[in-house]
Design a protein around this ligand. Structure first.
Ligand SMILES: NC(=O)C1=CN([C@@H]2O[C@H](COP(=O)(O)OP(=O)(O)OC[C@H]3O[C@@H](n4cnc5c(N)ncnc54)[C@H](OP(=O)(O)O)[C@@H]3O)[C@@H](O)[C@H]2O)C=CC1
Ligand SMILES: O=C([O-])CC(=O)C(=O)O
Length: 264
């Protein structure tokens, strides 16, 4: 199978870990990393010489993997799809923006390319998407993280996060609202919604919990297929505790499947 060359968009906690770990992935090579122009020189200095830092997606790109943030979908993913570049996306919550999902679909059609929405920090997306085919009654998602992981979010305006002594619900809303208000913390809410009952019918609870150190994701589903309950207790990335380490591994699995004769 030919080598799979990849352009990463984003060089934060996920991007850095991907660069490091993909070096051990046979058949996969990250060739470019797209970063904002003001980060280009510092990023190049931090990268191995075989990887080029750039501020636009190179014309040679055949596979793009986004791990930057919601704005990167408009800035890089949509134009790449239009040009026929296959894309994989971690900032799935960007589809909470009205019309974004339709734009992704239209761009992918025009470019005859596919966009893959990666499962990221959670599991069970395959089962949920399959269960949907027979009809779902109820899907709920609870995201629970230590108080510090909600810093820099709207929760800071309503709660003194450092003073919390009890688990505190910081948001109860639809998946669309959760993903829009918490773009760095509730991408998985959007993923579950897209796989299940949709952005407006999926109920989400976000909790700041001083009693936990992991990022905990609870998914409960009822439907014609039966019932499903999953709890993920994800270790956070040292570089960014908002992000679970499994997010990186889900991207690596995607890349690994591109070059494996048997995929799983
Ligand atoms: N699906 C899932 O399960 C998960 C998805 N995510 C998504 O992945 C994203 C990245 O996570 P993580 O690496 O931990 O975050 P970090 O904040 O550590 O890194 C994000 C990096 O991307 C850069 N960036 C922002 N916008 C753009 C852009 N338009 N083009 C290129 N680079 C850009 C940022 O630059 P600057 O600092 O200058 O803004 C920063 O360097 C999250 O924002 C979230 O959307 C994260 C966790 C789980
Ligand atoms: O990494 C996680 O635990 C989940 C996350 O941040 C997100 O859904 O945006």
């Amino acid at each position: 199978m030919p080598e799979q060359q990849v352009t990463l968009v984003g060089h934060g906690a996920i991007g850095r870990s991907l660069v490091q770990r993909s070096a051990a992935l046979p058949g996969v090579r990250i060739t470019h990393v797209v970063v904002p122009p003001h980060h280009r020189d510092a990023t190049q200095a931090a990268l191995p010489a075989s990887i080029e830092a750039c501020s636009t997606v190179p014309a040679s790109t055949r596979l793009l993997l986004e791990c930057a943030g919601h704005s990167a979908l408009l800035e890089h993913v949509l134009p790449a799809l239009e040009r026929g570049v296959e894309c994989a996306v971690l900032s799935v919550g960007a589809v909470s923006e009205p019309g974004m999902l339709e734009q992704l679909e239209a761009a992918a059609r025009r470019g005859a390319a596919q966009v893959h929405l990666l499962s990221g920090a959670i599991g069970g997306v395959d089962a949920l998407a399959a269960a949907r085919l027979a009809g779902l009654d109820d899907v709920t998602y609870t995201g629970r993280k230590p108080p510090g992981s909600w810093s820099g979010t709207p929760a800071e305006q309503s709660f003194d996060l450092r003073a919390l002594r009890e688990p505190t619900v910081i948001l109860e809303a639809s998946a669309r609202e959760a993903a829009r208000l918490y773009p760095k913390n509730a991408n998985v809410a959007a993923t579950i919604a897209l796989a299940g009952l949709g952005l407006d019918r999926t109920r989400v609870q976000l909790v700041a919990d001083p009693g936990v150190t992991e990022n905990i994701h609870e998914i409960r589903v009822r439907g014609a297929f039966g019932e499903m309950a999953i709890t993920m207790r994800g270790q956070p990335l040292a570089d960014n505790p908002k992000t679970s380490a499994l997010t990186v591994l889900s991207a690596l699995r995607f890349l690994s499947n591109r070059t494996s004769p048997v995929t799983l």
